[in-house]
Design a protein around this ligand. Structure first.
Ligand code: HEM
Ligand code: HEM
Length: 359
């Protein structure tokens, strides 16, 4: 403990960050901030850091030009030492981040931690849940593969079906009807500048409101008194251990067992290629295929928009101080019905796209 304290202090001194040392040492946080039951919030933080770090390394070799993007990614996969591991960490981190965010949201919902005074912690969380998929959508086009290219074409056509703003959005995103060099450049800039800036700002808000309002007390009062610990070195050390464990686990898993799937290079003339939806958009895909013709907008915008609105408004609708799940059975039942509908739609879409009996 003493050694690691000296190490982290030495590093900060080296960077002439004495004020930062004082600030971090004098700041205390609840010892509950990283416990097993609260592990998802910390894992999500680690995954975001990993996405930023691996993304920054990938930006060193990646070339956002249709004729070169695929080759630059292939170069990283096969020629660059540990290039495949860095790509793997980026790829599996966003997949895991989605899962971990959903688990984190489920816990904070069931324990009623979103209720006043933590409304803004929840709202900033929901906004993160909405912005991360935009990073995935823009990222999918970057490797310039058949799957990424044709998935983006499908998404662009869904966006263009949204009345009034749809065609304008498509113009803004790709400068015209074609998904070409302008689209790739804009998706890249959104992916590495604007959306990361949005994610950092929302995370700062999330942590600011967490600090301001504090963590929710246990639902059943615990006998052990609340304990605060120093941010540096106690909490930072816990986070460092988690960071190392998660990084090694994903790095080793992707190196030996789960290489990132990549496919053929994009061929914009091959319109016979039918992309398979990623697991997290299966339910949206099914919604879009249920509502056809003039009703497309119901599946593509109205229902997803209503769901997002409901999530954002939850702490303002359900304001009673009651946090025990049994006493909140009505809202829990509604949430379970919505979750079951999303799961059902996902299974339907999966059967349609992934089983051999699919047409
Ligand atoms: C929450 C944040 C992020 C998410 C969800 C995300 C997601 C993605 C996705 C889905 C891809 C396509 C390849 C794949 O399937 O893994 C990708 C590629 C890429 N990302 Fe990110 N990313 C994030 C942050 C960043 C940041 C901060 C940077 C740069 C500073 C970055 C740089 C890149 C680059 C250069 C590629 C293309 C290279 C390749 O695919 O090998 N990403 N990202
Ligand atoms: C990148 C995404 C996210 C990160 C890095 C993150 C991080 C954290 C951390 C570290 C905590 C404190 C420890 C804990 O309770 O787990 C926390 C608490 C909280 N988060 Fe998040 N979070 C994210 C997304 C979300 C989402 C999607 C929601 C809900 C929609 C949410 C709602 C909350 C709430 C309500 C708390 C307070 C919990 C309590 O007091 O018990 N967060 N978050």
């Amino acid at each position: 403990m003493k050694n690691s304290e000296n190490m982290s202090q030495g590093l900060l001194k080296l960077l002439a960050l004495d004020h930062a040392i004082d600030f971090l040492k004098n700041t205390t946080v609840s010892s509950d901030a990283l416990t097993w039951k609260r592990i998802c919030g910390s894992i999500a933080t680690v995954l975001v850091i990993l996405l930023f770090l691996s993304g920054a390394f990938m930006a060193l070799y990646y070339s956002p030009y249709p004729g070169a993007a695929y080759d630059s990614v292939q170069y990283a996969e096969f020629d660059l030492p540990f290039g495949d591991v860095i790509r793997g960490i980026h790829h599996w981190s966003w997949n895991l981040l989605l899962v971990v965010m959903l688990l984190h949201m489920t816990r904070t919902f069931f324990t009623g931690a979103y209720k006043p005074p933590r409304e803004m912690v929840w709202v900033s969380g929901v906004l993160l849940l909405l912005v991360v998929p935009l990073a995935i959508i823009t990222g999918d086009l970057l490797p310039w593969t058949q799957a990424g290219y044709w998935t983006t074409r499908v998404r662009v056509s869904i966006i263009s079906s949204v009345p009034v703003i749809g065609p304008f959005m498509v113009d803004l995103l790709q400068g015209g009807p074609r998904t070409g060099i302008v689209a790739l450049t804009r998706f890249y800039v959104l992916h590495v500048i604007f959306l990361p800036a949005g994610i950092i700002s929302l995370l700062a808000l999330h942590f600011y409101f967490l600090r301001l309002k504090g963590l929710a007390d246990p639902i059943t009062p615990s006998r052990s008194p609340k304990r605060n610990i120093a941010l540096l070195p106690d909490m930072v050390n816990r986070w460092l251990i988690l960071f190392i464990v998660v990084t090694l686990a994903i790095g080793i898993a992707t190196r030996f067992w789960f290489a990132v799937p990549y496919g053929d290079p994009a061929d914009p003339s091959d319109s016979r290629f039918v992309p398979k939806p990623e697991w997290w958009v299966l339910f949206l895909n099914q919604l879009v295929s249920i509502f056809k013709g003039p009703f497309t907008v119901v599946g593509s915008a109205v229902i997803p928009g209503a769901l997002a609105g409901l999530l954002l408004m939850l702490p303002f609708i359900s304001r009673s101080p009651e946090r025990r799940p049994v006493r909140r059975w009505k809202e829990i039942l509604v949430a379970m019905l919505i979750a079951a509908a999303i799961l059902g739609l996902s299974v339907m879409s999966w059967i349609e796209h992934f089983t051999s009996t699919a047409t």
